[in-house]
Design a protein around this ligand. Structure first.
Ligand code: MEV
Length: 440
């Protein structure tokens, strides 16, 4: 059995690889070869990637695709998407093209407020704490003046600091609930630095506050951290057109298609099992752009799903309606994104993705990302209520299966042709592939 290792992080990259290969894989030589195969020949570029995280042993590739023809507020975009799942880029491109001739996507940023909290325990008189907080507030702001200076110069900074009594949920639990404007930065570092400054100031000032008893002076800071729940950092994206412009789809009339779309969205509104998958489809589009632009997709995921449950039940992030013969389809989603800082100037592909998007501000990126989510959802639900999802999926999946089977280019072309007329399931592809091979 392998024993734990001390000081792994101090080993050289070569030694780390050798250690993993020898202790955790069956064929160490092959393991080393696979890992090194993904190293970049350009040493500078490789070093850059090595330093993004700790204990790097190689690079992990994801395809970067482009979904063109997105008309957003009358401006045309080609959207870069980093994702491993087939069909996503194709579905986005198809939805973009569909709406491009129907007025395109319209978007509005509803708010850009970020949130952070200092969580602390206070054992004592709440009224005294409230009076103390009123005196403390200007000192809190003063305590982080150096951190906030540049952000304020650009028009951002701290918006509000509020004392929240949470002791009815948890004994002695209080918060400084703080809101921020971080402009084009996602703002995690800025917010966390401010919060840690507030926490220190709170602790120090409590100790100096004469009306407090010793127990009250000894308030305990538990943690200071931004929140990924940002219900006031929200963007709305929508498409609409006369129902008749939807055109007949796969043997159903435009009216039936519109009704089926609305019904499918309404099912996701009332049924959490469906809502989770419905929203997963939205996140297929969102995460792919978030990742390509070097943003934090875990933060986006966490915030989006929390927002989907904000009214006490997990529900759809998109909405659809037919009013006065107009079909309307829209999304409202919180997105904390940055177009400066973080990986944006470090990772060459992130830089390029932002350039392809015409170097958007964070607000513009919020709109582009929301549109990608809406387009993805439109594409998925359209397939679901018409042909079913497997037809398109299997077409794209076919190539993956053929690649796994080691098909040659000639075999791929022949089997793609064959499956235009036959239903492609995994086993059907394997059988057809074997038959084709055996024929030779
Ligand atoms: C698959 O990645 C996404 C879908 O399941 C989304 C949906 O069901 O709406 C197709």
């Amino acid at each position: 059995m392998t024993t734990p290792i001390e000081g792994f992080s101090k080993l050289s990259k070569e030694d780390k690889i050798n250690y993993i290969a020898q202790h955790y894989t069956q064929y160490p030589k092959e393991t080393v070869a696979v890992l090194k195969q993904y190293w970049n020949d350009d040493e500078k570029l490789q070093n850059l990637h090595d330093e993004f995280i700790e204990n790097t042993i190689t690079n992990f590739y994801l395809p970067l695709g482009i979904a063109p023809n997105f008309l957003i507020n009358n401006k045309l975009y080609a959207i870069p998407m980093a994702i491993e799942e087939s069909s996503v880029v194709a579905a986005a491109s198809k939805a973009a093209k569909f709406w491009q001739t129907r007025g395109g996507f319209k978007t509005t940023v509803v708010g850009t407020e970020k949130v952070g909290q200092v969580h602390f325990m206070f054992h004592g008189d709440v009224e005294k704490l409230t009076t103390f907080f009123k005196l403390l507030k200007p000192k809190l702001i003063q305590s982080v003046a150096a951190i906030v200076k540049n952000m304020e110069k650009r028009g951002g900074g701290i918006k509000h600091i509020e004392l929240r009594d949470k002791s009815s949920d948890l004994d002695d639990y209080f918060q400084l609930h703080c809101t921020f404007e971080t402009l084009d930065a996602m703002g995690a570092n800025f917010i966390n630095s401010c919060l840690e400054g507030f926490a220190q100031c709170l602790k120090e000032e409590a100790q100096l506050y004469a009306p407090f008893t010793d127990k009250e002076k000894d308030l305990e800071i538990v943690m200071s951290i931004l929140s990924n729940y940002i219900p006031n950092c929200v963007v709305k994206a929508e498409v609409s057109c006369p129902v008749s412009d939807l055109k007949a789809h796969h043997g159903i009339t435009a009216e039936d298609f519109a009704r089926k779309m609305v019904r499918a969205v309404n099912i996701a509104k009332v049924e959490p099992y469906r809502a989770v998958t419905h929203n997963k489809g939205i996140m297929n589009g969102i995460d792919a752009v978030v990742l390509a632009t070097g943003n934090d997709f875990r933060a986006i995921e966490a915030g989006a799903h929390a927002y989907a449950s904000k009214d006490g039940r997990y529900t759809s992030l998109t909405h659809a309606s037919i009013e006065n013969d107009t079909f309307k389809f829209w999304i409202e989603i919180p997105l904390a994104l940055g177009t400066v800082g973080g990986l944006t100037t470090l990772h060459p592909l992130v830089k390029l993705a932002l350039e392809i998007l015409q170097n958007p501000t964070a607000k513009e990126l919020m709109q582009i990302v929301a549109v990608a989510g809406l387009a993805q959802n439109f594409g998925a639900v359209r397939s679901l209520v018409t042909t079913g999802i497997q037809q398109g999926h299997m077409k794209m999946h076919l190539l993956n299966i053929l690649n796994q089977l080691g098909a040659t280019e000639e075999e791929k072309l022949s089997l793609i042709e064959y499956f235009k007329k036959h239903t492609a399931s995994h086993s059907a592809v394997v059988v057809a592939f074997e038959e084709l091979r055996n024929k030779k």
